[in-house]
Design a protein around this ligand. Structure first.
Ligand code: NAG
Ligand code: NAG
Ligand code: NAG
Ligand code: NAG
Ligand code: NAG
Ligand code: NAG
Ligand code: NAG
Length: 853
């Protein structure tokens, strides 16, 4: 039940009244009715117990004219009788044992709180003061506390009330077996409260981790509107948020809420698109909800539950429409206490002091009456000899054994603490003055093993280590519900090992073996990135394909990563692959064709040279100053060969070689042609009378000028290479997915100086040849030179735009093509006509013929 403000007020008044009464009166008398213990047995050391043997009460209207009547408790609650039995069992076991507290007997005193918070506080104070009928001494106003420890209460809210009332005095200690509210861990509010059931703090976190583990990120939640549900849900929500789980809705409910509240909840659940509902409900609230869910056919949802109802066989029995089938959730680990079941089935010892309560119990257990009432219905008459093994009800149901075990552990913890305090070794020192604060200190440090092998200790908040079993509601073929254990949660382990679920053995909602999916958006596959949807929770997103050159290699990645410079995304954007390196190689068709052309040119040049050597004595060769011709042929050969340096992967050497070899050979080549042209011009001038120009441009001058022109280029090249030589480089800009391996110029000035110088010579050569074209020379050489220079210039002028606009390796190809084309131009125009005459028209190759021109 909720921890309502009005109870706090009542409690305060109660405390105030008792302190006032002490101050006023000389002798000690009691206010109000004396309470009668329901179960009592004397011992050397007394333990108190507060249980709700009744779960409800009859509201009586006070008229303020006579003394208020005693609280009328109703609805016998077998569960708390079981807890009381567990406590008796532990006490008797300790009493029987010769190891623990030898020679000391434990006694007990138990009260019925009727599930009523104010009464819980009253009986707690009664235990504290001993103001019961039996133990009232006539004179003493000051006495030690009657009991050292209170075992109980069952629910969180009454426990909190008792802890608030007695906690500040540290007397007595309180140990609860079933109060899970995380609020009770607050030691500033409840300094003397301990418990043997883990705090909901752990349960909420465990639930969130479980939900995350099962891949559900879009869920709904229903909670009890009390300490249990609200506190538990708050922790769950916090943890879930951290784990990236989104709550589509979170509604609260209390069993006394009006029916339209339930209908609203059903509407919310039905209109949602999440398939998983987390129910942080106490079994009493779920009871009410379940009825309405059945009526409204609310099936098909995957329920996730708390220890509040997950292992409650009464809820399971109620669920006729199988709404909760397949539910998965936490429960206190199954336990077994040997001998407890047999002990419990022996009801007779409960008939110790309050025979009226016992009679009620007996009558309820066996549905009989000792005395027939006057009412019409005739009931079976009790004989007092009924056999408990023949009946089946919640008293004989042992499904709450883990909780009985908690009671048992609590009693043992106290016994072990006392054992230490009394310095027990064979015998105990019974004269030690017991002080609850000392007991509390010892209890917090206690660490022992129960006979079942479980360790018992408390952390600094007075909570035991959190350990939960994960159970799954599995319906067998015969319709019998089975709470199957499918995993474990242990908060004492390292974070990554805490949760351990066997997903394979779970049967899900709708009796399916397939793990249900409850997400707002499907996972983003690798190659895409998450983009949140505006105005919706973080679990709702779109998957956007990564851009070119970016990848994501995991599912649900938030960003795409840009690939390193030298690599590029693959088609699926899932990995970076190395960019293809591009250069003109010998292996590809274009490269091999150009190589072949270059080699062919070389061969043709060699062949022409051979022919010239063979016919070197003929007038045709002799007339055409053979020295320059052979030099030209040699340089042409070099021109053809230098194109090969452009093919293949650029290296430091090939880069330096390329342009310089090209520049020097071409200059050599053109200066030879220039020499020839000048010779033609000079020869003509020489024919004019009175001049002997030939003297000025004889073979020596020719050699010197060719050498001189070439030397200038060599100097330019040396300067270029020494100041800023070309080097191999990688071009990433041209293509996105390819690297172009190329030669950087180093210095553009050097490059253009080399080209410019070639151009200059070519122009000079062209002009000279043009001037000489009409001149009658021997075999019209000037005309062919003009023609070849035309081709040369045309090729190189078209080269520039083609070179600039060709991408990647094609620019290199264009350059090679220009080299080859201009070389072939020179070769064919200057030498082929002569070869033609030498080989096929030898009759023209005579001195006469030459001179005839
Ligand atoms: C404890 O044992 C003694 C005898 O060993 C017995 O007299 C006493 O009644 C027992 N007390 C309880 C609470 O079982
Ligand atoms: C305690 O000892 C008595 C007598 O030996 C025995 O009958 C009883 O079952 C024992 N109780 C427990 C809880 O072991
Ligand atoms: C409930 O479900 C059953 C079968 O699934 C169907 O026959 C029935 O009409 C449903 N009732 C309501 C109220 O939707
Ligand atoms: C309970 O004990 C009283 C006296 O001790 C006895 O008269 C009564 O019959 C007992 N009740 C039962 C149900 O055995
Ligand atoms: C118990 O007493 C014996 C002798 O009386 C002694 O040897 C033993 O160490 C003591 N044990 C403890 C735990 O004090
Ligand atoms: C994903 O990419 C990162 C770096 O880009 C790399 O370190 C990691 O190994 C990759 N993971 C997989 C599964 O490929
Ligand atoms: C890309 O994705 C398609 C379809 O998912 C798959 O068939 C293909 O193998 C993938 N390619 C690469 C390179 O991963």
């Amino acid at each position: 039940a909720g921890w309502r403000p009005e109870w706090r007020l009542k409690l305060f008044c109660l405390l105030l009244a008792s302190s006032l009464s002490l101050a006023e009166e000389q002798t000690c008398t009691h206010r109000g009715d004396l309470e009668d213990a329901q179960l009592i047995k004397k011992g050397d050391i007394m333990l108190g117990g507060v249980f709700s043997f009744h779960s409800s009460w009859r509201n009586s209207q006070d008229d303020y004219e006579q003394k208020p009547r005693q609280l009328q408790c109703t609805s016998l609650n077998f569960r708390d009788f079981q807890f009381a039995q567990a406590m008796l069992f532990a006490i008797e076991e300790i009493n029987n044992s010769s190891d623990l507290l030898p020679g000391v007997t434990l006694g007990y005193k138990m009260y019925d709180a009727c599930g009523f918070i104010a009464r819980s506080v009253k009986v707690a104070l009664t235990l504290l003061n001993g103001n019961d009928i039996e133990a009232l001494p006539a004179d003493a106003c000051t006495r030690p506390a009657q009991v050292q420890v209170i075992m109980g209460e069952t629910s969180s809210s009454p426990s909190a009330a008792i802890a608030t009332a007695v906690g500040p005095f540290h007397i007595p200690m309180q140990i609860s077996h079933f109060s899970t509210c995380a609020c009770l861990s607050d030691k500033t509010k409840y300094p003397s409260f301990l418990r043997t059931i883990p705090s909901d703090y752990y349960q909420s976190r465990a639930l969130a981790h479980l939900v995350k583990h099962l891949g559900w990120t879009w869920i709904g939640a229903v909670r009890s509107n009390d300490d249990y549900g609200n506190n538990g849900m708050a922790t769950f929500t916090d943890t879930a948020e951290q784990l990236g789980i989104c709550l589509e809705y979170s509604v609260s409910f209390f069993r006394t809420d009006p029916p339209d509240k339930i209908h609203k909840i059903i509407e919310v659940i039905k209109s949602s698109n999440s398939k998983v509902v987390v129910a942080f409900l106490s079994h009493m609230d779920l009871d009410v909800l379940l009825n309405e869910f059945s009526v409204n056919n609310l099936t098909g949802y995957q329920w996730v539950g708390t220890e509040g109802w997950m292992f409650d066989s009464q809820i399971a029995a109620m669920d006729k429409n199988r709404i909760l089938d397949g539910a998965i959730g936490l429960s206190i680990p199954k336990a077994h206490v040997s001998g407890l079941r047999e002990f419990m089935f022996n009801v007779k010892p409960l008939n110790s002091s309050n025979s009226e309560l016992f009679t009620q119990l007996w009558e309820a257990l066996f549905s009989c009456k000792f005395k027939q009432s006057n009412s019409a219905e005739i009931q079976k008459k009790c004989t007092g000899e009924e056999d408990i093994t023949t009946v089946e009800n919640s008293f004989t149901d042992m499904s709450l054994m883990p909780i009985f075990y908690n009671v048992y552990k609590g009693v043992y913890a106290v016994a072990h603490a006392l054992h230490e305090i009394l310095n027990c070794n064979k015998t105990c020192d019974i004269n030690v003055q017991l002080d609850p604060y000392t007991i509390l200190q010892h209890l917090q440090r206690i660490h022992f093993k129960t006979k079942e092998g479980d360790e018992v200790y408390f952390n600094e908040n007075g909570d035991p280590p959190a350990k939960y079993e994960i159970i799954n509601w599995q319906r067998s073929d015969h319709g019998i519900l089975n709470f199957a254990a499918v995993g474990l949660y242990d908060a004492s382990l390292p974070a990554d090992k805490q949760l351990n679920v066997k997903i394979g053995s779970i049967v899900w909602a709708k009796n399916s073996l397939q793990l249900p999916v409850s997400v707002c958006s499907e996972k983003c596959p690798p190659g895409t990135q998450k983009v949140l949807q505006k105005g919706r929770p973080v679990c709702c997103f779109d998957c956007i394909r990564c851009a070119e050159g970016e990848i994501s290699n995991s599912t649900d990645s938030v960003t795409c990563v840009r690939c390193p410079l030298e690599s590029w995304s693959n088609e699926n954007r899932t990995a970076c692959i190395k960019k293809e390196a591009e250069f003109l190689s010998y292996k590809e068709i274009m490269g091999s064709l150009l190589t072949a052309a270059s080699l062919f040119g070389t061969c043709v040049t060699v062949a022409v040279a051979v022919i010239f050597i063979k016919y070197r004595k003929t007038p045709l060769v002799r007339a055409n100053n053979s020295e320059l011709s052979f030099l030209l042929l040699f340089s042409l050969k070099l021109c053809f060969l230098c194109s090969l340096t452009f093919i293949g992967q650029p290296s430091e050497w090939s880069c330096m070689l390329r342009h310089t070899a090209f520049g020097i050979t071409f200059v050599l080549c053109i200066s030879c042609v220039l020499g020839k042209t000048i010779v033609v011009l000079m020869a003509f001038k020489a024919t004019l009378p009175g001049r002997n120009v030939m003297k000025w441009f004889g073979p020596t001058q020719q050699r010197v000028s060719v050498l001189g022109f070439t030397l200038i280029q060599v100097i330019i090249c040396i300067l270029w290479l020494s100041i800023s030589p070309p080097f191999p480089s990688k071009n990433f800009k041209e293509f996105k997915d390819k690297i172009i391996l190329e030669c950087s110029l180093g210095s553009a000035v050097g490059f253009w100086a080399v080209l410019g110088y070639i151009g200059l010579l070519a122009m000079l050569c062209f002009i000279c040849a043009f001037l000489a074209r009409k001149l009658p020379d021997n075999f019209n050489e000037a005309k062919f030179i003009t023609f070849s220079m035309l081709i040369f210039c045309a090729v190189w002028i078209t080269f520039i735009p083609a070179y600039v606009s060709s991408p990647g390796k094609f620019s290199v190809a264009v350059e090679i093509f220009a080299i080859l084309a201009s070389s072939f131009g020179l070769l064919f125009c200057i030498f082929i006509p002569k070869c033609y005459i030498m080989l096929l028209k030898p009759e023209k190759n005579t001195k006469k013929n030459m001179m005839g021109k």
